[in-house]
Ligand binder design. Structure first.
Ligand SMILES: [Zn+2]
Length: 345
């Protein structure tokens, strides 16, 4: 009798857990309070186009540099429990929306799936040189990218593409507050061929990317990780700051991140990235609209805490007179000058 009651109790707990999980997957954070923060479309000059998470396309008239290039959106269930592979239709449609021109360099900032799972297919289609860590190279090779299109880089390496100079700076990744998502083994040691488990896309070396051009400079720091002094010697016009997970760190950590990533490189303005949806195709969002918000699983259980992250940055930026803007989807905006904003008031 007692065993039967225990079984019924256990089943009830599992059923409630499953219902909560489904509810979390289907409920998104409300970020409409920040709708006034979106940057305006740029009519000329060097532009940057955002297409979700930290995928960015920098372009002048002759040269295009892509960060991450993630178009696929595998479901949370397939990431956690199944196998994933690049969504070729989404990649083709996304590249068409970005103008279907060649890309000179494709730079994944690290090799988690939301940055690097599409790199081989994107490089094959655009002719881009894949620039990244050994782990990124192994994703390229596993996807059939020829060695001539792969450049393994380390801290401090600088490459020229047209009028752009790209410098790779080794930095750190934010630590999820959830131990389930903390990696002890971070390298992709062998070629990685999809379909593969989402867990196979290990972090690899984490880079921040400095992009310099005669018209200005931008630093992409896509994960709010810390490496003391990494930006001590650089000065930039614009910082693309990834804030996913920032608000799940301590206030001391947040202050240190601000000091290292903002006070040292002294950007005139920040574009906030990597706080948005992991699940729905970026193609489902019209050009000019805000990106989709995260669901409560990724935002809460994984620890992205997008709303608190944006608020934390706005508070510090307002106190120090640093401009902050969000990037509308698929829209070219000024790569090096973040316009003044109302800080959400
Ligand atoms: Zn990551």
């Amino acid at each position: 009798m007692i065993v039967k009651r225990l079984m019924v109790g256990l089943l009830a707990v599992l059923a409630v857990g499953a219902l909560v999980f489904v509810w979390m997957l289907n409920t998104r954070v409300d970020l409409s309070a920040f709708d006034s923060l979106y940057a305006p479309r740029a009519e000329d000059g060097v532009s940057v186009q955002f297409f979700g998470t930290s995928s960015l396309l920098f372009a002048d008239a002759d040269t295009r540099i892509m960060i991450d290039g993630w178009f696929s959106r595998p479901s949370t269930v397939s990431i956690l429990f199944g196998e994933i592979a690049p969504d070729l239709e989404a990649i083709d449609a996304g590249l068409a929306r970005l103008g279907d021109r060649d890309v000179d360099a494709l730079i994944p900032v690290h090799t988690h799936l939301d940055h690097a799972m599409d790199v081989a297919e994107v490089a094959k289609r655009t002719g881009a040189l894949l620039v990244g860590s050994d782990s990124a190279a192994n994703i390229g090779r596993g996807g059939g990218l020829p060695e001539s299109q792969i450049r393994v880089v380390t801290d401090g390496d600088t490459l020229r593409f047209g009028d752009f100079t790209v410098t790779m700076i080794e930095t750190g990744h934010f630590l999820s507050p959830n131990p389930l998502f903390r990696e002890t083994d971070v390298l992709i040691e062998d070629t990685l061929s999809p379909p593969a488990s989402g867990w196979a896309y290990r972090q690899g070396t984490v880079f921040s990317v400095l992009i310099e051009h005669p018209e200005g400079s931008a630093l992409i720091h896509a994960s709010p990780g810390l490496k003391e002094g990494a930006f001590a010697d650089i000065d930039v016009d614009t910082l693309h700051l990834g804030i996913g997970g920032l608000a799940s760190q301590t206030t001391d950590y947040q202050a240190a991140l601000w000091r290292e990533a903002v006070s040292l490189p002294k950007p005139e303005g920040l574009y906030l990235i990597h706080w948005d949806d992991f699940e729905h195709s970026p193609m489902s969002i019209d050009p000019g609209d805000p990106p989709g918000a995260l669901n409560l699983f990724w935002d809460g259980v994984f620890g992205m805490k997008s709303k608190a992250g944006i608020e934390a940055v706005l508070t510090r930026a307002k106190a120090e007179g640093v401009h902050v803007a969000l990037l509308p989807m698929w829209t070219p905006v000024d790569a090096f000058h973040v316009a003044g904003h109302s800080f959400g008031e």
